[in-house]
Design a protein around this ligand. Structure first.
Ligand code: ADP
Length: 471
């Protein structure tokens, strides 16, 4: 008997990726990736074209089918997309009516005349709570209100995020509802605490001329599920076309950085589990019992997927700093030099240098200060000492970040999984660990390199988690 398999898709910034996983026989809480493949967006397949997304899904499934000898055992599929990338489609024909506006699309300045966008932003400023994450000019609500201002909605138009659209296409017209999930809908304004659309949104749409926006045939997705919760079943024609079984389940999707968290930490992490991304910039996410928010510092909480009705809500709290590994590139430390110099650093000793390693002025988290200046002086004669000071400076920002999250109500970290270029540096991990152990007075805090960080793998874990829990 073939074990069940679970598929995760990641539609990312540079390409799309599929992961197919199955449960380990020996250890049922573990999954192994039996197939993975990625494709890059190129000229004809653009990152911002809904047809490209579907072409990618088809071609990645074909590849998986060839490599695995068929897809008959695929039980469920989960799609992760870039955050706040959305389009409008006709709910009956499923044709795209307004082309995708992607994660980085700023409504102001993206069209020749942004009068409509400015009016949309005025509506948001009037109705959305101060500093609400949905007020962002790149958020899905700003994009939607701009569309409404540009051209009146037709009766059948409905908003889909990138991940909703792909899921919906796979479910085909077997459902009249357009569904979405807690993660994708956060930047659209969804109230994740009370799991409903807030009244300020209704007021906002009413003023824009749509009093029934929140109704059954309104512009918003109607059923907002937990990421990973069953959303529907594959359409039988699509199943035949893609070689998937007729009872293949489509589960609620997620966003790329949350999917990366699941990849690194799993879908059942204990409270206190954190993931730090040490790429060009430093970003951290942590599991918390408390909902934590501080809009002035860009700290907000995603609702963690829940697999049982009775479960108390838990939260994925996050913050992102402007410091990070970008400074290493700027100061011309090559990856080889980073590896060799780091070996000479003693991670048990503090550097006397007190740097704040920004590439340019301005910080958002742990302190919001648009004038915060980089501190990278004095420059020692020895490159190794220089690097020691920089790595320590970034480690201090991470430690202070966890401290701020704790002050706001999150627990102290217990284990910090690391991804991104900086995760390859064990000496640095040791420096970071020592700082957290000292700060939180807990010798058991660990900093480790994450084994897997691909968002597609995280999405596949979500697809599997729900299926296993619901059996
Ligand atoms: P991005 O955010 O651009 O995707 P990556 O996650 O690819 O970044 O990380 C690249 C960064 O990692 C570069 O800035 C590089 O300087 C840094 N990096 C690579 N190797 C090391 C290392 N051994 N120690 C510290 N930083 C490293």
């Amino acid at each position: 008997l073939q074990s069940r398999r679970y598929v995760g898709f990641d539609l990312g910034t540079s390409g799309a990726r599929i992961s197919v996983i199955e449960q380990e026989e020996q250890d049922q809480s573990n999954y192994r990736e039996v197939h993975a493949e990625s494709i890059k967006w190129n000229g004809s397949d653009a990152y911002d074209d809904a047809n490209s997304w579907m072409n990618a899904v088809h071609s990645l499934l074909r590849g998986a089918s060839i490599s695995l000898g068929g897809l008959n055992s695929v039980a469920s599929i989960c799609v992760s997309g870039t955050s706040a990338s959305c389009l409008l489609m006709d709910r009956t024909t499923m044709e795209v009516t307004r082309k995708p506006r992607m994660y980085n699309y700023d409504v102001i300045g993206s069209t020749k005349d942004d009068k409509n966008a400015k009016e949309a932003m005025e509506l948001l400023e009037k109705h959305a709570p101060p500093k609400h994450t949905a007020r962002a000019r790149t958020g899905s609500l700003a994009k939607l209100l701009t569309w409404i201002k540009e051209e009146p909605l037709s009766e059948n138009e409905v908003l889909c995020h990138q991940s909703d659209y792909v899921s919906q296409k796979i479910m085909g017209k077997s459902t009249e509802l357009v569904s979405s999930d807690w993660h994708n809908c956060l930047k659209l304004g969804y109230d994740v605490k009370n799991t409903k659309w807030p009244t300020w949104m209704a007021d906002c749409f009413t003023e824009a001329g749509y009093s029934d926006a929140l109704s059954e045939n309104g512009i918003l997705p109607l059923e907002i599920v937990s990421p990973g919760a069953r959303m529907g079943v594959i359409h039988n024609e699509v199943a035949r076309e893609l070689g998937l079984p007729d009872d293949c389940v489509i589960v609620g999707g997620t966003t790329d950085s949350n999917a990366a968290f699941f990849a690194a930490a799993g879908t059942r992490p204990a409270v206190g589990t954190a993931v730090t991304s040490l790429g060009s910039t430093l970003a951290m996410k942590q599991m918390s019992h408390e909902y934590v928010e501080d809009a002035s510092r860009g700290v907000y909480s995603h609702r963690f997927p829940s697999f049982e009705e009775s479960e108390d809500a838990t939260w994925l709290v996050g913050g992102a700093s402007n410091v990070g590994c970008a400074i290493l590139r700027k100061l011309e430390f090559s990856n080889d030099e980073l590896a060799s110099l780091s070996k000479e650093i003693d991670p048990t000793k503090d550097s006397p240098l007190e740097y704040y390693p920004l590439v340019k002025p301005g910080e958002r988290f742990p302190t919001a200060d648009s004038d915060k200046q980089p501190v990278l002086e004095p420059v020692p004669a020895d490159r190794k000492d220089y690097l020691h000071g920089i790595l320590q400076g970034i480690s201090d920002v991470e430690r202070d970040g966890f401290e701020v999250l704790q002050e706001l109500g999150a627990p102290p970290p217990t284990i910090v999984w690391t991804c991104g270029g900086g995760s390859n540096n064990d000496v640095w991990s040791e420096m970071r660990e020592r700082r957290l152990v000292t700060k939180f007075d807990n010798p058991d805090i660990k900093v480790k390199k994450a084994e897997c960080t691909e968002a597609s793998y995280g999405a596949a874990l979500l697809a599997a988690a729900t299926f296993i829990e619901c059996r």
